[in-house]
Design a protein around this ligand. Structure first.
Ligand SMILES: Nc1ncnc2c1ncn2[C@@H]1O[C@H](COP(=O)(O)OP(=O)(O)O)[C@@H](O)[C@H]1O
Ligand SMILES: [Mg+2]
Length: 285
């Protein structure tokens, strides 16, 4: 039966980490309505490292909120790992945010009264991972970002760059499908910015999928691909700017994107038959 019951019923192929089709976002209504996104088509493959640039007010944070399942588009389709997020209920969305997405914010968003280790362990606690395992995984993540010796420090005892590395460790503990960073270096000095960008480079080297929102050229220069927004539309989508340095050993970007809106196989299973999950399976770890 090839007739789609719903325009989104056929999921994207699983070589697509993110797929946005005709996404609009309108805030408010009537004369006061703000059309923050005006028809976004975007496909990101697993392992791509994408920078989203654009002037203030161009819709970057609105896009981030949609990608992060914090907001639902007014129109259009968003598929994350092949799953149409509109088909997910609140509990499932919470689980996707916890397990499949790793968030990094400009303001770090660490809990001040908790140690670095406890902050990093938080997503594991939400996922009901037992205490010993939480400590083991969170400690490894702190080692991964070079802060193994700061595990018992609280955020106030850490520099801005260190706090952002703690936040990145927290974003990594659930082995997310997608790392989303909104202006991750916006509050950092140039030295700390380089540290954080080096860390994102190394995550890209591990073929993690990264979307970083920024208005800084030196941040975008590290990505494999730069998507530029203006007034709620994509006005440019290009590989790393020519001449930009490529870190030693960095992988080539994933193959060329297929055009957005390419036909889906009509016989593909329904999206709800293919829920988001890591290959290692469900349940607590
Ligand atoms: N919650 C909201 N309610 C009304 N308008 C909003 C809201 N969030 C964003 N906007 C508007 O949507 C447009 C895009 O905003 P935003 O996505 O924050 O842009 P950027 O992150 O690129 O600066 C702006 O005109 C902004 O004022
Ligand atoms: Mg913004």
């Amino acid at each position: 039966m090839s007739v789609a019951r719903h325009p989104s019923a056929a999921p994207a192929p699983h070589d697509t980490a993110i797929e946005l089709l005709g996404v609009h976002q309108v805030y408010g209504s009537g004369d006061g309505a703000v059309h923050a996104l005006r028809g976004i088509d975007l496909r990101v493959h697993p392992g791509e490292y994408v920078a989203v640039m654009g002037p203030s007010g161009s819709g970057k944070s609105t896009l981030m909120n949609i990608l992060g399942c914090l907001d639902v588009p007014t129109h259009g389709v968003y598929r994350l790992g092949g799953t149409d997020v509109r088909l997910l209920g609140e509990d499932e969305l919470s689980r996707v945010r916890n397990r499949d997405l790793g968030f990094v914010f400009q303001s770090f968003n660490l809990i001040q009264r908790m140690t670095a280790l406890a902050n990093v362990a938080l997503p594991l606690a939400y996922a009901a991972v037992d205490a010993r395992e939480r400590t083991r995984i969170a400690s490894a993540a702190l080692e991964r970002v070079g802060l193994g010796d700061r595990a018992q420090h609280t955020p106030v005892e850490l520099s801005g760059g260190q706090q952002q590395r703690v936040a990145i460790a927290r974003a990594l503990v659930m082995e997310p499908t997608l790392i989303l960073a909104d202006e991750p270096t916006g509050n950092l000095d140039s030295r700390a910015t380089q540290d954080v960008l080096d860390l994102l480079d190394s995550l890209a080297d591990e073929h993690r999928t990264i979307v970083v929102i920024t208005h800084e050229d030196d941040v975008a220069a590290r990505a494999h691909r730069v998507v530029t927004l203006a007034d709620g539309r994509i006005v440019a989508d290009a590989p790393r700017p020519a001449g930009a340095p490529r870190p030693a050993g960095a992988p080539r970007p994933a193959g060329p994107s297929r055009p957005a809106g390419a036909p889906r196989p009509a016989s593909a299973p329904r999206a709800e038959d293919a829920p988001l999950r890591r290959p290692t399976g469900q349940g607590t770890r």
